[in-house]
Design a protein around this ligand. Structure first.
Ligand code: APR
Length: 242
């Protein structure tokens, strides 16, 4: 299966879903997690992306999230993000499902997004649960942001290791994967569940699944087509054929 034949299938499809991972933001300059030099090569996830870490060292956790938010604020969506915005306009029932928390799909203009792991621009209070606006959060540089409603600590609106995903969002993603005719997977190592189970749901329900990645992944032997290379190039190439 080549890009041309995938484009022909997409032209005839009404229900398409896309799952993205950190690889789609790599060409914007946002580090991935498991590539050489990625985030987990420098930091231990349990020291920064877990409730235990937050309870024992909230200032260190917030310093890391303030730094990640600043990094993302300084970059912009790349042609891979923009290609998916274009694809959404062409498909009657389109759903983007992302593992990314970098807000770049939003900033690219994507409309239908299911954010499985949360979003760096959002936070909420550990006590009263009140959400804080991105502008309020941006007032804090390194220190722990304080809830404007009750004065307790804010936490990032990110799903940490060991935490459950938002059940409504996850159920929508599973339903989308089960109903779609074509499921694209772009820039993910397909190692972290439940996100990594979504392409399998699509496959089990008869969808055609295609992978866009620099390299082979845990999913590659199961998909109908694997398009090797940077998705900031392969996705725009696909859209140019539609
Ligand atoms: N184009 C396409 N694929 C790319 C590119 C690129 N330019 N750059 C990197 N990749 C691929 C890598 O080959 C790898 O398969 O993107 C994938 C990135 O994998 P990870 O770093 O594991 O990121 P991701 O799959 O999103 O991680 C899933 O793990 O740490 C948690 O919650 C975190 O959401 C994250 C989840």
């Amino acid at each position: 299966m080549n890009l041309e034949s995938l484009a022909q299938s997409l032209k005839k499809s009404t229900r398409v879903a896309v799952l993205t991972g950190a690889g789609i933001s790599a060409e914007s300059g946002v580090p991935t997690f498991r590539d050489p030099g990625g985030i987990w090569a420098k930091f231990r996830p349990e020291e920064l992306a877990s409730m235990d870490a937050f309870l024992s060292h909230p200032e260190r956790v917030w310093e890391w999230y303030h730094m990640r938010r600043k990094t993302v604020h300084e970059v912009k969506p790349n042609p891979g993000h923009k290609a998916l915005v274009q694809l959404e306009k062409l498909i009657p029932e389109f759903q983007l499902i992302t593992q990314n928390v970098d807000d770049l799909h939003n900033r690219a203009g994507q409309k239908n997004i299911l954010e499985l792991h949360g979003n760096l621009t959002r936070s909420y209070c550990v006590s009263c649960g009140e959400p804080a606006s991105p502008d309020y959060l941006n007032q804090f540089e390194k220190e722990i942001p304080i809830c404007p409603a009750c004065g307790d600590k804010l936490r990032p609106d990110i799903i940490w290791f060991g935490e459950m995903l938002n059940p409504e969002i996850l159920n929508s993603a599973i339903e989308t994967a089960r109903r779609c005719e074509i499921f694209l997977v772009a820039g993910t190592s397909a190692l972290v569940y439940p996100a990594a189970g979504l392409p399998l749901e699509a496959l089990n329900n008869g969808a055609q699944v295609f992978e866009f990645n620099l390299e082979e992944t845990a999913l590659s032997h199961l998909v109908h087509g694997h398009f090797s290379g940077p998705c900031g190039e392969s996705l725009p190439q696909l859209l140019s054929l539609l």
